[in-house]
Design a protein around this ligand. Structure first.
Ligand code: ADP
Ligand code: MG
Length: 350
């Protein structure tokens, strides 16, 4: 990592702030028609051409959202871009532009920025998103990054968290809990490394869940799938904090309750076996783990036939009247367990 100042590393002071920005952004390609002007002026210019613009921003702080001891900077850059692109996908909009603001202490040399931007650039290329601006400054300690994502969509195609109606089906993409169990592996191997730096980390057999944690992807493909299948989600959210917490958000914004069926929650076999290895209930990883960046949405029951048996979608429950509350129907017993937001808490108690 870049924790130590090694002589072959370039201090940022050698390039200066302006030189650094130029250096990092010189090879940026602009792909979006809506980008009228990119990096280099006082502000970027975006032409929404009659569409609505959706904007979302996220902040990532070292030690809170990531640990550079086991998350390489390139992965961090990629993931930081992806989590913002995911927010745009959750509105059913097309992600188009990104702005990246960074505060870093002087323990981060130019090479660290290069690695971070390699990841950001990779995500921009993969998702056809233009990096059009940002800000760069120094910090007293650690690395902080704020990313703003912009997307475009026709007004009538934008999907909000509000809009679910009683009897709507609750549907999720992909599988859940993998990113959380991947983090457990990284933390375990990091602890082993700290105790004995000569030990080789045991990462074999955990490829899928490690990738879910280190290199998540945003479900920008789902928007196209909706068009193809002629499906019209009534509400939608991305799963950043865990299934339980996101269901409660849809519930609050839509003024409905939800019944979730435990046996329907989609889980990958590698995630389940890793959870068992940790004596951990895999359902808890899916409910409370977070960072899977799948999409959770509702559709009218009349659209059931359009999505049933589709490999990308799993129907996991349905909406009920709001006075019925939010419950998970337990596997086997049919016992009702109240859903609580034990997802990721940004302000943990001391
Ligand atoms: P100002 O002083 O007006 O904020 P800057 O010198 O900070 O201007 O930025 C110059 C240009 O570089 C702007 O287009 C800005 O958006 C862009 N920029 C600055 N920092 C970054 C960064 N970390 N990533 C991408 N673009 C950046
Ligand atoms: Mg600036």
């Amino acid at each position: 990592m870049f924790e130590d100042k090694k002589p072959h590393l370039t201090p940022v002071s050698q390039l200066g702030e302006f030189g650094l920005i130029k250096h990092l952004t010189q090879n940026i390609n602009l792909e979006q028609e809506s980008t009228t002007l990119g990096i280099g002026d006082d502000a970027a210019i975006i032409d929404p051409k009659g569409k609505k613009m959706v904007v979302s921003t996220d902040i990532l702080a070292e030690g809170v959202h990531f640990n550079l001891g086991y998350a390489p900077l390139k992965h961090l850059g990629y993931k930081a871009a992806v989590v913002n692109i995911s927010d745009i996908a959750a509105m059913n909009a097309v992600p188009t532009q990104l702005l990246v603001s960074i505060a870093a202490s002087n323990r981060f040399p130019v090479e660290a920025f290069e690695e971070l931007y390699e990841g950001i650039a990779l995500a921009c290329k993969h998702y056809h998103v233009d990096l059009v601006g940002g800000d760069t400054t120094s910090s007293q300690s650690g690395l902080m990054m704020s990313i703003t994502a912009i997307g475009l969509q026709d007004e009538d195609k934008i999907v909000k968290r509000s809009g679910a109606k009683p009897n709507d089906l609750l549907v999720v993409t992909g599988d859940l809990g993998g990113a959380y169990m991947g983090l457990q592996i990284l933390e375990r191997e990091h602890a082993v490394y700290l105790a004995n730096p000569n030990m080789q980390p045991e990462m074999e057999g955990y490829d899928y869940i490690l990738q879910r944690q280190l290199k998540p992807e945003a479900r920008t493909d789902i928007r196209r799938l909706f068009e193809e299948l002629d499906v019209h989600p009534t509400s939608m959210i991305d799963i950043s904090d865990g299934l339980a917490s996101e269901i409660l958000h849809l519930s609050e914004n839509s003024q409905v309750g939800f019944h979730l069926y435990e046996e329907k929650i989609p889980m990958d076999s590698e995630m389940i076996s890793t959870a068992e290895e940790f004596n951990f209930n895999p359902v808890i990883a899916a409910l409370n783990g977070g960072e899977d960046y799948e999409l959770l949405f509702t559709i009218s029951p009349s659209e059931y036939d359009k999505i049933k048996n589709h490999p990308d979608f799993t129907i996991i429950g349905h909406a009920v009247e709001s006075n019925q509350g939010n419950y998970m129907v337990a596997r086997g017993s049919n016992e009702l367990i109240q859903l609580t937001a034990q997802g990721w808490n940004a302000f943990p108690e001391e």
